[in-house]
Design a protein. Structure first.
Length: 967
């Protein structure tokens, strides 16, 4: 029969004739045949199957072999022995290589015919060893795909126990060697199908034996983290990701990111190769794993890896958006990479040149999913342009291309940016590291309290809300020069026992060295004003005047208010209590006489009288003062001490008017510092009387502010003492004018009522100057009232000789809000998002009612420093409006400042990463401690103690706990 079959195959008969003869041969299998004939037939059919010249010969061999093996099973069992299978797998068949897929197919076919024979068990054991050897030889995808079919049908052939783990690891490594260099679609499809079959085999093994999963994944990471330049693993490994249980993400990412044995170079390689997996067409959950690893690295503060990988791979990820089959996963990874890269616009600017082309492609490709995808993509672009505003040359063509696509709201953009920042990832892997979002929902970044820096933080945040200040062209030069000046002139001996400069000393703004075109420093331009101090001798009416600059007004409390803090002294009720400059440098001092023994807890005044207002304190500051007795004035004309009247007039109003309320007093009897807790009404709008140039007095007229005294004793003069520059002190100029002529000159001096709108308020929370906490309120420049609106005011000349009433232009007063302008100026009924509350690192929305009612709700919390912004006069241009479409509520930064910020952000991330690594290395060997920073042995000083809540006493504050990225 074997001779007939051989002759038939080599004959020239037609295919139909051959098929008919083969049918006869197959039917003859039911008849009795000798063992020699069976072996001869099995040999011929095996040769036809493995070495047949065409598919017909292979088909003939398979039909005849299957027929005779079924009817003559014992003979076939002896033919298909273990030794024969070993020779096939190790040596091949004839000229056929042992790695040829046909051999695996032949063995697979024969095993199906022997499934009920006892000898098959030996073959199974032998195949377990051989398949392990085969995968170690790195077979081609086609062979591995055939192995999948064989092992899926005969799971008994899969290696067990330790061999099973090794088999999975070697099969994973074999997949890493898969490559397809063809560009033909059918070949690519075949290749993808083969890889999918191999990954399915691993999935089945992992399900049957879960102990093999983790070693397999460890092998995957070992492969993709390899830094060998001669080996580049295949992206076919991406086919395994979909078979890894999603529940293992947390465990695996924790293991990877906290393993000290994993070097940065290896982690960088691994992450880059995982991002390459996005190109694999059928992979699922690759984006989930990539994003999880990115978040895990951010949580342990390995920012260097994130920066390097983002800049290296961002363009490749963007290019995947062109392919519909992988674009959804690529967009998820691209979104996370861009939104989390918030310290610099570099990554976003790398992909900007391709945005418009992709938008045009998505509009025209006709796919049903493209419209929804385009909406997601443009939302991402809007978020990035909002984050990095100030590049109109780069963004104009993008805005034009997407102008008809809905834009996300500002609140949604802020929320997305806040949730995506590296520094907002919760660190569940490193205990003790507290993290906070880089930006709050307000879009503003807070400042970390270092233990006693709440006052400094409040002042910095207050100055930041002065938009004209930080938008100046020379901002970066001023900051650099001021830094050098502060570092060289700082004197540690001037600090108090708490380690913090007393607030009223520290509030003086340093004179910036950089000068503007008019010769003024930035501080003088923004905060500088001028006032005239005049002293009139009541004996000869001779007047002495001096013009002095100021940067803030220190406002003492009226005697009727301060006297409520203690028992009334004997004497006429109209006699004011003596207020002196105490050791608090600007606070009021209560003298020993008439003061009862005070307790350590200041008395909170309770009165039915209406509270004082800021205009009341300004008017008290500007009110005439009588100098007599111990505080008498030495008149040069009279050549003796005389009674005199001292007056203060503002002659130049500053752009920003800073008012400091002198709340801290000194009890000379008990030798303690106290705080005046009186509530002070803060008007949202206020007008300041500014005197024009005198016809007779030679005084320069510019913007100004001043300080005032209210006491009869010489020490009281310090409370109202001006803060002139050294030049002004050295060049004091006095002019003697006849009293009658001077009065006539004053009558001709015009008075302007300059309107001011409240910009910021610094609050002190506490019972004394030695303890407590500082925080601030700031008017939201990005809110509905962010623009500077001209106030409704008027300027009229007033005859001083006629006297000054409360509502006259000669006094400071709160400015009522006209009915028609209620929507243009901040008032007590504005929305809750028109103001911001800055409390160190916490920044939240609030309302003006909160500012006005803070002392009523919290008696210890009182306004301390106020900053008002001058409003434009009627008819002048208010430069605060928003012109055209703004990508961000915040103004763009200059290039120099932007570069400095990017550099500082990168250095900060590197510092964070270094601190995290140091703590991770110390964690296993360090003793148990409740303090996250064991090296800090000092608790926060009293200036930010528990009463203020400015960081607490736990010592957990520090730069390594909270992000302070600027963008």
């Amino acid at each position: 029969m074997d001779k007939i079959l051989e002759g038939l195959v080599s004959s020239d008969h037609s295919v139909l004739v051959k098929r008919a003869i083969v049918k006869k041969v197959v039917e003859a299998a039911e008849k009795e045949v000798t063992e020699e004939q069976c072996r001869a037939l099995f040999t011929v059919t095996t040769r036809l199957i493995l070495l047949g010249e065409d598919a017909f010969q292979k088909q003939i061999g398979s039909q005849v072999l299957e027929a005779y093996a079924r009817y003559h099973r014992p003979e076939f069992e002896r033919f298909f022995s273990k030794d024969f299978v070993v020779s096939l797998l190790q040596q091949g068949y004839g000229q056929l290589n042992h790695r040829d897929p046909a051999i695996i197919d032949y063995i697979h076919c024969c095993l199906r015919l022997l499934i009920s024979c006892p000898s098959v068990l030996e073959i199974f054991s032998m195949i377990q060893v051989e398949v392990l050897r085969m995968v170690c030889e790195r077979p081609e995808p086609a062979v591995c795909a055939r192995l999948n079919a064989l092992l899926s049908d005969f799971v008994q052939c899969i290696p067990r126990d330790k061999s099973g783990v090794l088999f999975c690891q070697q099969l994973v490594r074999t997949i890493s060697y898969f490559h397809c260099f063809s560009s033909q679609e059918h070949e690519l499809r075949e290749y993808v199908g083969q890889v999918t079959k191999v990954s399915t085999l691993l999935q089945n093994i992992w399900k049957a034996d879960p102990a093999t999963l983790l070693p397999s994944l460890q092998e995957v990471f070992a492969i993709i983290s390899s830094t060998d330049p001669a080996f580049e693993p295949s992206i076919s490994l991406a086919s395994l990701v979909q078979h890894i249980p999603v529940q293992m993400i947390t465990v695996l990412i924790k293991s990877l990111t906290t393993d000290q044995n994993v070097k940065d170079a290896s982690m960088t390689k691994a992450l880059c190769r995982m991002i390459d997996w996005l190109s694999w067409p059928l992979a699922q959950h690759v984006d989930t794993w990539v994003i999880a690893l990115l978040k895990g690295l951010a949580a342990v503060q390995k920012f260097t890896i994130l920066i390097d990988v983002t800049l290296l791979k961002i363009e490749l990820v963007f290019s995947r958006l062109w392919y519909p089959i992988v674009r959804q996963g690529a967009l998820a990874v691209l979104s996370h990479m861009l939104l989390s890269f918030q310290h610099s616009p570099e990554a976003f600017h790398l992909v900007i040149p391709h945005v418009v082309h992709l938008v045009q492609s998505l509009r025209t490709d006709g796919l049903p999913t493209s419209k929804a995808f385009l909406l997601q993509f443009t939302e991402l672009i809007h978020c990035m342009m909002y984050q990095y505003s100030g590049f109109p040359d780069l963004y104009d063509h993008i805005l034009e291309a997407i102008k008809d696509i809905p834009k996300p709201g500002e609140e949604k953009i802020k929320l997305v940016l806040n949730q995506s920042a590296w520094t907002s990832q919760s660190n569940s892997f490193v205990s003790g590291l507290l993290r906070q979002a880089g930006k709050s929902e307000t879009g503003k970044t807070g400042l970390v309290n270092l233990g006693n820096t709440c006052y400094m933080n409040s002042i910095i945040q207050t100055l930041f809300m002065a938009t004209e200040l930080h938008e100046e062209e020379r901002t970066i030069q001023v900051l650099e020069s001021a830094k050098l000046k502060v570092s060289s002139s700082a004197d540690p001996s001037e600090k108090d026992s708490t380690g913090q400069t007393p607030p009223e000393e520290g509030e003086e703004l340093p004179s910036a060295p950089a000068e503007t075109n008019d010769g003024k420093t930035l501080t003088e331009t923004m905060f500088g004003g001028k006032l005239i101090t005049g002293i009139r001798c009541m004996q000869c009416n001779c007047i002495s005047e001096k013009e002095e600059p100021f940067t803030d007004l220190s406002l003492a409390f009226c005697p009727s208010a301060t006297s409520q803090n203690g028992p009334q002294t004997e004497g006429p009720p109209e006699q004011p209590k003596v207020l002196c400059q105490g050791s608090v440098n600007g606070g009021s001092e209560i003298p020993e006489a008439g003061k009862a023994a005070a307790s350590n807890v200041p008395f909170v005044p309770v009165t039915n009288e209406p509270p004082l207002s800021v205009p009341d304190l300004v008017n008290y500051f500007l009110a005439p003062e009588t100098l007599d007795e111990d505080n008498a004035y030495f008149c040069e004309k009279c050549s003796s001490l005389q009674r005199a009247e001292k007056t203060l007039k503002v002659v130049s109003a500053p752009e920003y008017l800073i008012l400091t309320l002198l709340r801290f007093s000194y009890d000379a009897k008990c030798h303690v510092r106290r705080k005046i807790l009186d509530n002070v009404t803060i008007p949202p709008l206020m007008r300041l009387p500014v005197h024009g140039p005198s016809m007779t007095a030679q005084c320069s007229s510019s913007t100004s502010s001043s300080l005032q005294v209210d006491s009869l004793e010489s020490s009281e003069n310090l409370a109202k003492k001006l803060k002139p520059s050294q030049k002004e002190e050295d060049e004091e100029e006095k002019e003697r004018i006849d009293g009658t002529e001077q009065i006539n000159g004053e009558e001709a001096m015009p008075v302007l009522s300059v309107p001011y709108v409240l910009s910021s308020v610094v609050i002190h929370s506490g019972m004394s100057s030695e303890s407590g906490h500082y925080y601030s309120y700031g008017r939201n420049i990005s809110g509905a009232d962010g623009a500077q609106h001209p106030a409704n005011h008027f300027a009229l000349e007033e005859d001083v000789g006629n006297g000054q009433s409360e509502g006259s232009l000669g006094t400071c007063s709160a400015l009522s809000i006209p009915t028609g302008q209620g929507d243009t100026v901040p008032d007590g009924v504005q929305e809750a998002r028109d103001w911001l509350l800055f409390n160190d690192s916490r920044v939240t929305f609030t309302s003006f009612q909160s500012v006005q009612n803070i002392t009523n709700r919290f008696p210890k919390d009182t306004a301390y420093v106020l900053m008002y912004r001058k409003q434009a006069l009627q008819g002048q241009d208010a430069n605060g409006g928003l012109n055209g479409m703004r990508l961000s509520a915040e103004p763009p930064l200059q290039k120099e400042l932007l570069d400095a910020i990017i550099k500082d952000n990168k250095l900060f991330l590197q510092e964070q990463e270094l601190n995290a690594r140091t703590q991770a290395l110390q964690a296993p060997s360090s003793s148990c401690s409740f303090r996250p920073n064991g090296s800090d042995d000092n608790n926060p000083p009293g200036s930010c103690g528990p009463s203020g809540g400015g960081g607490g006493g736990g010592g957990g504050g520090g730069f390594n706990t909270i992000s302070r990225l600027v963008f």
